[in-house]
Design a protein around this ligand. Sequence first.
Ligand code: SF4
Length: 223
Amino acid sequence: MTPVKYVTISELVRVHACPVRFFYEKNEPVTESHRYTVCKQLSYHLGKPLDAEAIWDEITAVHPLVDPAHKEFLGICITACNKTSWKPAAQTDVRVASDKYGMAGMIDRVDADGAFSLVRASGAMPFGTYVADRIRIAAIVFCLEEMTGREVTGGTVEYIPDGVSRYHEVQPRDRRQVIAALHRLREIRDGAMPQHPLNAPCHRCKYREKCESSVGRRLSELL
Ligand code: SF4
């Protein structure tokens, strides 16, 4: 039997944002930002006293080359998180997978009631959640429903720099976007050249020049 080649939920989110950019970067290793290292390490302490020195020690152990200037960022995150009440995690870094959809990912925190949350290093929007986060939640819901056989209605996104915890109830639109991204990702893996999307975030993309000169031509002619 041929082993299933899983796609990761992170890849799905990147393909949804722009399949062309994903194509350009598909063989590049994904590196973790220092901001994320700080937020992720802080998240292990949510629901308990946030001791800046102890958390910074862990951060430098995890990422010895972390920019020391990020200690100030850690302080900002702790001040923001201290304004909210958090449930401690019963489990952290829980792998989830769906054989049906051939995808896998990781849940950052699961509380004692089984509710899950994802840790983000970005600030929160005034209301709601970013589309990328809604896709992350929906993909995890697909995996959990298959793993547990029960309906899962949604999950929480924790925007650490703002100390904001926001629940998102998964909508049919979110599930559709996960399925569409899965199809697009498989096509790219099978060698298809992605089309330039009409609504890609080109204004803040480093490939803008490359894409502007390639519109109308096959990417394979350029790479
Ligand atoms: S410039 Fe636009 S189309 Fe090109 S890779 Fe970036 S986001 Fe995608």
